[in-house]
Design a protein around this ligand. Structure first.
Ligand SMILES: [Zn+2]
Length: 486
């Protein structure tokens, strides 16, 4: 069911961090202190893993626009693509690398031509990967464990020799034999790998298990640890946060969570969880999250669900009476309190529909310049609930019409305008044949100062005197019909 939203114009929330924390830690979670995170770096892979979403392809201009926005927001690393893939891909990675302030990363298999293409594209970080799970080594890579180790070492060594930073990913790490995982990480450590990325390639990790794995690898490896989590079970963001809690320094994310299959951990979820729940300073401009989400939604052609955290249309919307009434009084009542629409560049919405209560209706009527009594508010609320229950959209025009037909007075409006609207309401009840009579109405309406509600009738407007004639005629006709029928 969809209803038109009405923007709240009056609520404001503070943006500083400490007051939000005080609010948040008043509750039961105040006792829990073992989930602290020191650093959170954001590695965005919207342009690489995100573009690998089925049926998604970004144009050159779209890639540049997404990269520019992420760069301006302060994203720590942007994975711009897979340079060896095509000439067009090489050019976009190369142009993004030279245009952005932040570190840009290019992906490469553990194959010479991939690594050379990545290095030639001018990226600061080359991300080499090789399958390490038995199933992928056997049926995707068709290589032995030793071959995987040798190629990984050779590729990392080449990147380091060229003077770039190297990231190594043991693909499908969460389904890889534990001893072999440590063996290959030790091998790339020895040639000076800068980053080790631990991918949950098929999305099978759970937060506690993934946290334990990262905890073990942080103490095993000299490199900094990065995590890459997939959302097959809806746990991608939780797993990324568990990775941070266990000592990972960076998470790979994509805007709107797009990516292979069910996608990656979402940029907006990881950033806002770190910012608002963990109180970590990342120097990322969160107020542009809604903007970048819309940019990626359009370019990827993957619609953002209404209930998507942070960026969904309903993320800061309220319809039900109890919730809306609470939020009108204090936004913390039925919102997280530690995350506000202003923090992510969104707007709070009070939706009018089947579940609406009087608080929302009164607020919206007043914002539209009406001066309703208690009875007026109750009457209009009843009509809105009935209207919404029929799956009709309660638009601004509909709300205004209900108010008009109720005869609610409006600021800066004279008696004649109200009289005209009351007549409209009356005409509807005395018979449609009169309402559609087509009399010339111009004389009446042209004398009016304003009609600012956007609900201008499409037909001409009857003069008062014509209306009165219509009423007499209509009542007479109805009486004749009733008498005739009986
Ligand atoms: Zn992935």
């Amino acid at each position: 069911m969809q209803f038109y939203w009405i923007q709240c114009l009056t609520t404001t929330r503070r943006l500083s961090r400490n007051p939000r924390l005080i609010e948040f830690f008043q509750g039961t979670l105040a006792q829990i202190t073992n989930s602290e995170i020191d650093t959170v770096r954001i590695f965005d892979t919207t342009l690489r893993d995100g573009e690998q979403s089925p049926r998604t392809s970004f144009s050159y201009d779209e890639k540049r626009a997404i990269a520019a926005t992420l760069d301006e927001m302060g994203t720590h690393v942007i994975e711009a693509g897979f340079p060896v893939n095509s000439e067009a891909e090489f050019k976009s990675v190369s142009d993004i690398a030279s245009a952005t302030k932040t570190d840009v990363c290019g992906l490469a298999r553990v194959i010479d031509k991939d690594v050379e293409a990545a290095l030639d594209s001018g990226v600061e970080l080359v991300h080499v990967f090789v399958s390490t799970s038995d199933v992928q080594l056997a049926d995707s890579m068709h290589a032995s464990q030793q071959e995987a180790v040798d190629r990984a070492v050779k590729s990392v060594q080449r990147v380091k020799d060229a003077g770039a930073k190297a990231m190594f990913s043991p693909m499908d790490a969460t389904r890889t034999d534990g001893e072999f995982l440590k063996e290959i990480l030790t091998a790339v450590d020895e040639v000076g790998v800068d980053w080790v990325n631990i991918p949950d390639t098929c999305g099978v990790a759970t937060p506690t298990r993934f946290g334990d794995l990262i905890d073990e690898l942080v103490s095993h490896s000299d490199a900094r640890i990065d995590v890459h989590t997939h959302d097959d079970f809806g746990l991608a963001t939780a797993n990324a946060m568990a990775g941070f809690e266990a000592g990972a320094s960076q998470a790979q994310v994509s805007v709107n969570g797009i990516g292979e299959r069910a996608g990656n951990a979402a940029f907006e979820e990881v950033v806002m969880a770190a910012e608002s729940l963990y109180n970590v300073e990342m120097d990322i401009d969160t107020t542009r999250i809604t903007e970048v989400s819309k940019l990626v939604e359009k370019a990827s052609d993957i619609p953002v669900p209404g209930n998507k955290p942070v960026v969904g249309q309903n993320a800061f919307s309220h319809e039900s009476g109890i919730h809306a009434a609470g939020v009108i009084e204090n936004t913390d009542t039925f919102e997280p309190g530690v995350m506000t629409p202003e923090m992510v560049g969104a707007q709070r919405e009070f939706v009018l529909g089947k579940h609406t209560g009087t608080h929302s209706v009164r607020k919206r009527l007043k914002e539209s310049g009406f001066e309703p009594s208690k009875q007026d508010v109750r009457a209009v609320t009843r009509r809105i609930k009935d209207y919404g229950a029929k799956k009709e959209r309660v638009t601004v025009d509909v709300l205004t019409r209900f108010a008009r037909e109720r005869g609610i007075s409006r600021q800066d409006e004279d008696e004649e305008v109200r009289a005209w609207w009351k007549h409209q309401w009356y005409l509807k009840r005395v018979g449609p044949f009169v309402g559609r009579a087509g009399f010339s109405h111009e004389r009446f309406i042209s004398s009016q100062r304003s009609n600012t509600d956007g609900y201008r009738p499409m037909f001409s407007h009857p003069s008062i005197s014509t209306h009165r004639m219509c009423e007499v005629l209509a009542v007479g006709l109805v009486a004749i019909v009733i008498v005739g029928a009986s």
